[in-house]
Design a protein around this ligand. Structure first.
Ligand SMILES: *Cc1c(COP(=O)(O)O)cnc(C)c1O
Length: 383
């Protein structure tokens, strides 16, 4: 075993020690953390659905109908009607033939990538991909290469140099720590030229982008031939828990049989699936939540620009402020907390060295007044 005390000490010295805070309220625009009420700019509950009354009611009703535990894996006796109906609704929402529920996004990515690739495959991943995509690539038997972030010249070089006939390009659709959108039409075009397949992780786009929130593939009009593996999570904009992969019938039948993180794990509780179905309905029908979110994003960006804050080129609810040093970020996060605001403090190795940042996320549950309070606190706390 490694010297864990030395490892912890090294983290402390580099301002990289991570700790949890204890939350005693539901998620929402305001949250109680370690006994302190804070305006919450740290969650991924982009549409404000995690504590929506209809979603909570569906959860209760689901528990009454099914109890709590699912009892087994999907292939044994754990696949309830709630799971099945949710899968059909997710396929319809994303314009794909079929969808398959996984217990978490992390498991969906590991399971799909390792199942789809073999010893003769090549997997090409954006440098800033989420850890679960990187881990999936590394755990697979494929040759693993990263290309420069969103750089089509770099991707193109990798594709041109590839000797493998069997290639998969994997990318976040909306980058989780930067908030920018991957150039999917260009990626799909390169994939087509080089006979590669494309998998996208739309954890931060599903519910937020595209018509009725149907995601980033829809936003760019890309169908299941062009993006053959579509993955999204249900614990972010949908406000619930779990994840899914959508695509062709063959893809889904293959994953049911071959994805080890699907086969060898207990199905998530059916009541969670019922709550998710209610949340999905609201996410699809209530465009006012997405409109509110876009209005708040514009308000924040305008205000931040007036303050001279350096923003990233992000049109999404993820609005990072890069400070560089982990210690500066920690100090700034602490100052904002004293002013009653919670923001994500993201340090290496989650982001590259020297790019520690405040990861500010906006949600439809925020008001204009919340955004104005954030802006004045950022101005006052500035180093
Ligand atoms: C959150 C996230 C995941 C993991 O999803 P979970 O359901 O939380 O395990 C995967 N990919 C991206 C891009 C994410 O942001």
């Amino acid at each position: 075993m490694r010297d864990i005390r030395a490892a912890l000490q090294a983290r402390r010295e580099q301002s990289l020690y991570r700790q949890r805070r204890v939350v005693t309220s539901p998620q929402g625009a305001e949250i109680v953390v370690d006994g302190q009420r804070l305006i919450n700019f740290a969650s991924n509950d982009y549409l404000g659905l995690a504590n929506h009354p209809e979603v909570v009611a569906a959860f209760h009703k689901g528990a009454e109908q099914y109890g709590v535990g699912s009892g087994a894996a999907h292939l044994i006796c754990g696949h309830s009607h709630a799971h099945h109906a949710l899968e059909e609704e997710l396929a319809a929402a994303t314009g794909r033939e079929r969808a398959l529920l996984f217990s978490t996004g992390y498991m969906a990515n590991i399971g799909a990538i390792t199942a789809l690739l073999g010893r003769k495959s090549l997997v090409l991943e954006d440098k800033l991909n989420h850890a679960s995509l990187i881990d999936g690539g590394l755990y697979s038997e494929a040759r693993f290469r990263r290309y420069q972030h969103a750089a089509m010249s770099s991707l193109s070089t990798e594709l041109a140099n590839a000797e493998e006939s069997d290639k998969l390009i994997v990318t976040d659709a909306v980058f989780s720590m930067d908030g920018d959108i991957a150039p999917l039409p260009d990626i799909v075009e390169l994939a087509h030229q080089h006979n590669a397949d494309v998998m996208i992780d739309d954890a931060h786009g599903f519910g937020v982008l595209g018509e009725n929130g149907s995601g980033t593939a829809n936003h760019f009009g890309l169908d299941q031939q062009q993006v053959s593996v579509y993955m999204a999570t249900l614990g972010k904009a949908i406000g619930s828990f779990g994840a899914f992969i959508a695509g062709s019938t063959d893809l889904i039948e293959y994953l049911i049989n071959e994805a080890r993180t699907y086969v060898y794990t207990t199905a998530l509780p059916p009541a969670v699936a019922e709550a998710t179905r209610a949340a999905l309905r609201i996410a699809q029908q209530d465009n006012s939540r997405r409109e509110q979110l876009q209005a708040l994003i514009s308000r924040f960006r305008q205000g931040a620009q007036q303050l001279g804050l350096q923003l990233m080129p992000s049109q999404t609810p993820i609005q990072p402020v890069v400070l560089g040093e982990a210690s500066d970020c920690l100090a700034m996060g602490e100052k904002l907390k004293q002013r009653g605001l919670l923001v994500g403090v993201v340090r290496p190795p989650t982001v590259p060295q020297g790019t520690a940042r405040l990861r500010i996320t906006l949600t439809a549950a925020h008001s204009e007044n919340h955004i104005d309070q954030l802006l004045s606190a950022l101005e006052a706390a500035r180093v």
